[in-house]
Design a protein around this ligand. Structure first.
Ligand SMILES: NC(=O)c1ccc[n+]([C@@H]2O[C@H](COP(=O)([O-])OP(=O)(O)OC[C@H]3O[C@@H](n4cnc5c(N)ncnc54)[C@H](O)[C@@H]3O)[C@@H](O)[C@H]2O)c1
Length: 322
């Protein structure tokens, strides 16, 4: 099989590329290297199964020419990270809406199946118990840039679903919950690499808000296995699946776990959301996936622990010289 991975030089995308090449598939990678990095894929460059294209999903001619060459599209390119979304809301919206529309439109013309990466952010501030694929979205004002990522990903899902139901395009949707591991960078607001990097440097770990908010972290290798289980199944067409780990940890517990695991001398320092992200920032208290739907359909479940995640990120950062 030949796949196009948009955002293939990014964190999740580069691991998807590794997994596909590892099983003998060919990959075309399209990435504008905005939050992605050439280092993530440099070990793949030169492999006859891999081609890299520097460019944007906002360029319909480029996307069209690449889609016409492949059997399947995996659409991961997006403007991501809380800092990015809050700082550049308009550009982020354009990429996440028009970019996805381009990918869907050219996939329809070439009749190529497409997987769209969505996010647990679509649930907004629904901080209830485990969230299943039918759980309600609760979002704040559309004028708050914080929610524009959630809005864009939700519209992407609707658009993709209607390309399936109205036009017959084989579409699959996955909602990644917090996904972490090697190659993820902390500079866009991702909490685990930010904590691990600070702990390795002996610097304070900045906990935003009270730290009582909880999250579940899924190792990227588990998330990629989940994604592949979805694209390899015919039963998943026209469906959406949560992909995440359901082990819950508060941000305070995470900070302590990182310090203890790495034997760091760092201290925990508390910072208000306002100081971190500016006035009016809203966050959700809990974020837990219900993953029974994907388990029932493809048999996938995550296997890697929080300790493995911390070890793997620390190993990666040390290797990268940080
Ligand atoms: N990591 C997570 O926890 C998480 C959670 C939910 C959803 N997701 C989704 O998974 C996907 C991958 O995210 P990631 O965590 O790997 O982030 P990432 O930033 O590492 O990957 C996104 C990639 O898209 C590229 N990109 C951005 N704009 C582009 C454009 N206009 N044209 C071409 N390439 C462009 C970036 O350079 C980057 O390589 C995204 O769609 C994201 O919304 C990730």
């Amino acid at each position: 099989m030949k796949y196009l991975i948009t955002g293939g030089a990014g964190f999740i995308g580069s691991h998807v590329a590794d997994a596909l090449v590892g099983r003998g598939d060919s990959v075309l990678i399209l990435d504008n290297l905005s939050t992605g990095n050439h280092h993530n894929i440099e070990h793949l460059i030169g492999d006859p199964l891999v081609s890299f294209y520097s460019g944007s999903i906002l360029d319909p001619d480029l996307v069209s020419s690449l889609v016409s060459e492949v059997d399947h599209v995996i659409h991961l390119a997006a403007a991501v990270g809380v800092f990015n979304i809050v700082d550049k809301p308009l550009e982020s919206l354009r990429i996440n809406l028009h970019g996805t529309e381009n990918v869907l439109e050219v996939s329809l013309k070439s009749k190529v199946p497409v997987l769209i990466a969505s996010s647990s952010e679509v649930y907004g501030k629904n901080g209830g118990g485990p969230l299943d694929e039918e759980s309600d979205r609760i979002v704040g004002s559309p004028l708050k840039s914080r929610w524009s990522y959630s809005e864009a990903k939700a519209i992407d899902e609707s658009m993709a679903y209607f390309y399936y139901s109205e036009n017959g395009l084989p579409v699959r949707l996955v909602r990644f919950f917090n996904t972490v591991g090697p190659r993820q960078v902390g500079s866009y607001g991702m909490v685990v690499p930010r904590f691990v990097e600070a702990a390795l440097k002996g610097e304070p770990l900045d906990v935003y808000g009270t730290g009582a908010q909880s999250r579940c972290f899924c190792h990227v290798a588990d998330a990629v296995a989940g994604l592949l289980s979805v694209i390899d199944s015919e039963a998943t067409i026209g469906q959406v699946y949560n992909i995440g780990n359901n082990y819950e940890v508060t941000i305070n517990e995470l900070a302590s776990a990182v310090i203890a695991r790495l034997g760091s001398s760092s201290v925990i320092s508390m910072k208000s959301y306002e100081d971190a992200y500016g006035a009016g920032f809203e966050d959700m208290q809990r974020r837990i996936p219900d993953i029974s739907k994907i388990k029932a359909t493809t048999g996938w479940a995550p296997t890697r622990s929080l300790e493995t995640i911390i070890d793997d990120i620390a190993g990666y950062l040390k290797h990268a010289g940080l």
